[in-house]
Design a protein around this ligand. Structure first.
Ligand code: CMP
Length: 138
């Protein structure tokens, strides 16, 4: 079994579509083994997205990720990282495949509804960023 970190971004929580996004996740066979709603500070968001520091869109990500609450989740499946990235669709919803979460719900590249880890190393770092082992029921 593999784990990945998922974030339902402020554009999702503000539009009351947490359940709809979770339907996509569960229908794809990904199991939600941890989940909580939190509010990120600019410092939290900057640290989480540290790899993007210095890029032109960095200030905008921090602004969008702190605009409201987020739902952070740990998802589990045999190939969770790739399985989640497949159902999320491309980062830019304009080019995401039909039926993906981002094609269905995202507003723009920086209000793209969900985040998912992109490698086993980032999944480990990102899960540890938000969760203690006691909060994960896998
Ligand atoms: P996410 O998977 O959360 O990782 C970084 C986020 O930066 C990305 O989704 C987008 O929401 C946001 N972003 C904004 N502009 C860009 C861009 N030009 N390229 C990649 N990511 C971008």
């Amino acid at each position: 079994m593999q784990r990945t970190l998922s974030i339902l971004k402020p554009d999702a929580t503000s539009r009351n579509i947490i359940g709809k996004v979770n339907d996509h996740i569960e229908n794809a066979g990904l199991k939600i083994i941890a989940q909580k709603m939190i509010r990120l500070t600019p410092e939290n968001a900057g640290e989480f997205y540290a790899e993007h520091k210095g890029k032109p869109f960095f200030p905008n990500i921090v602004e969008k990720m702190t605009a409201g609450p987020v739902v952070v989740q740990v998802l589990e499946a045999p190939d969770a990282i790739a399985a989640y990235r497949k159902i999320m669709g491309a980062t830019n919803p304009a080019v995401a495949d039909e039926g993906t979460i981002r094609k269905t719900f995202a507003l723009s590249i920086d209000q793209n509804t969900v985040h998912g880890s992109d490698s086993p190393e980032s999944a480990k770092r990102e899960i540890n960023f938000f969760f203690n082992e006691i909060e994960i029921v896998g």
